[in-house]
Design a protein around this ligand. Structure first.
Ligand code: ARG
Length: 433
């Protein structure tokens, strides 16, 4: 272990067991944050040069050294492990090792408290961007299949009981719109937390004029977290909102997975999940199970559990408390697993094959009863009378086809047009943001 950066002549030895407890898995978690911490450190060094705390040559030497660190870390040549207390200490140790006295100047005007806060905000911006792109890809597949399979019939259910003739177009486009909303939420959340806490140090600022605005702009932030105390108090609060955006997507993922899980069962027999997404049974030779669909469904549980864990940490007084370290595991775990799962969905969806015969067979004549009642309304009957009349003439409904039913609701005289062009347009405009 390299020396603790906080070690001084007067420091007592801290018990090894205690240090292990304090560190927990922190240094391993910091592997995800290190690239962002390095970026922020580079911007901080340039900011110090602008106010004369470092010479430009010193800042540039740091910049070179930090870029090397980033590259080595990416290539696996630099390993962030328990030799260091945390990622922040590792950066300082690296700079001191490579630049000596110059490296020892990096921590002027900052604390690990604003260092971790800025790394986390950069991480969340990045992951919310990935979340938005993952949801875009899912929505694009749904819209594409909605267009190609617009007219294929599907029994519509309420209460899981058959309700009305419906279509794959309606089913796909419904899921597409859900994921388009999730793109919007991910982008809005990224914009909401797009503020730099760097330069607030331990939560009280420092007594020299850091170029906070310039550093924030260099890092691509839209604004500052202005108040140093709030820079710490907002830790956890922003993570919760990021997890909310993720949870919106994983709950939509849960619903589409549920549909597919039902539709793929032998009882429904509507869809075949590509074997590339299935596994077999260790005992039943006949089985091919759509496990991927099921673990995608349970992903929401991981996110909601993480959210609960994170929120439970936040009963805290103002300012930095070490408890805040415990907000990192649930955040990082939920985004890692959530984004992995969402990334699988487009290919899984694209590979589904529908069993149109089974879907058509499943549509019993009674499913046309509501259309019939509405036709009687158009002929002038009060809806309640039309409802009763339709109920009494179920046998006449067998002459209709599900296609006619879908067609009538989608025609200019109906109101279930899929309006795919509107959904495509909204997706495009979100992509351009
Ligand atoms: N691992 C710490 C966290 O996540 C980093 C900040 C440590 N600050 C301190 N004063 N000990 O909160």
């Amino acid at each position: 272990m390299s020396d603790y950066i906080w070690k001084k002549a007067s420091s007592a030895e801290v018990d090894g067991r205690v240090m292990r407890f304090l560190a927990g898995e922190d240094v391993v978690l910091d592997r995800e944050l290190l690239p962002f911490d390095i970026r922020a450190s580079r911007a901080h060094a340039q900011g110090l040069a602008r106010i004369g705390v470092l010479s430009q040559e010193q800042a540039d030497a740091m910049d070179d050294s930090l870029r090397t660190l980033a590259r080595r870390f990416e290539d696996g040549e630099f390993v962030l492990d328990s030799r260091y207390e945390d990622g922040h200490s590792a950066i300082e140790a690296w700079l001191i090792e490579s630049l000596g006295d110059i490296g020892a100047r990096i921590h002027a005007g900052r604390s690990r408290n604003d260092q971790v806060a800025v790394a986390l905000r950069l991480y969340m911006k990045d992951r919310l961007g990935r979340l938005a792109r993952a949801c875009e890809a899912i929505a694009a597949v749904c819209l594409d299949r909605a267009e190609r399979e617009a007219d294929q019939v599907l029994p519509g259910h309420t209460h899981l009981q058959q309700a009305m003739p419906s279509s794959l177009g309606l089913w796909w486009a419904g899921h597409a719109e859900a994921f388009i909303d999730d793109v919007a939420l991910a982008r809005q959340t990224a914009a909401w937390l797009d503020a730099s806490p760097l330069g607030t140090a331990s939560g009280f600022g420092v007594n020299f004029p850091l170029d906070r605005d310039g550093v924030a702009a260099d890092l691509g932030f839209d604004r500052l977290v202005v108040n140093p105390q709030y820079a710490q108090n907002s830790r956890g609060k922003v993570e919760l909102r990021a997890l909310d955006a993720l949870a919106a997507a994983t709950s939509d993922l849960r619903r589409i997975s549920w549909d597919l899980s039902l539709f793929a069962s032998q009882e429904f027999g509507f869809v075949r999940v590509d074997p590339a997404f299935c596994t077999g049974s260790s005992i039943m030779p006949n089985k091919l199970n759509p496990d991927t669909v099921e673990l995608l469904r349970s992903l929401h549980a991981v996110v909601v559990g993480a959210r609960m864990e994170l929120e439970s940490v936040l009963s805290l007084p103002s300012g930095y408390q070490r408890d805040l370290q415990d907000t990192k595991p649930p955040l990082l775990r939920a985004f890692a697993r959530g984004l992995d799962g969402l990334a699988i969905l487009p290919d899984l969806l694209a590979s589904l094959s529908w069993q149109q015969d089974r879907m058509r067979e499943a549509i019993a004549p009674e499913l046309h009863a509501t259309d019939r009642a509405n036709e009687l309304v158009q002929a002038g009957l009060a809806f309640r009378d039309a409802y009763r009349q339709s109920a009494s003439e179920m046998e006449t409904l067998s002459q209709r086809t599900p296609e006619q039913s879908n067609e009538a609701r989608r025609s200019p005289g109906g109101c279930a047009n899929l309006l795919l062009d509107r959904l495509n347009q909204r997706l495009k405009s979100l992509q351009m943001q």
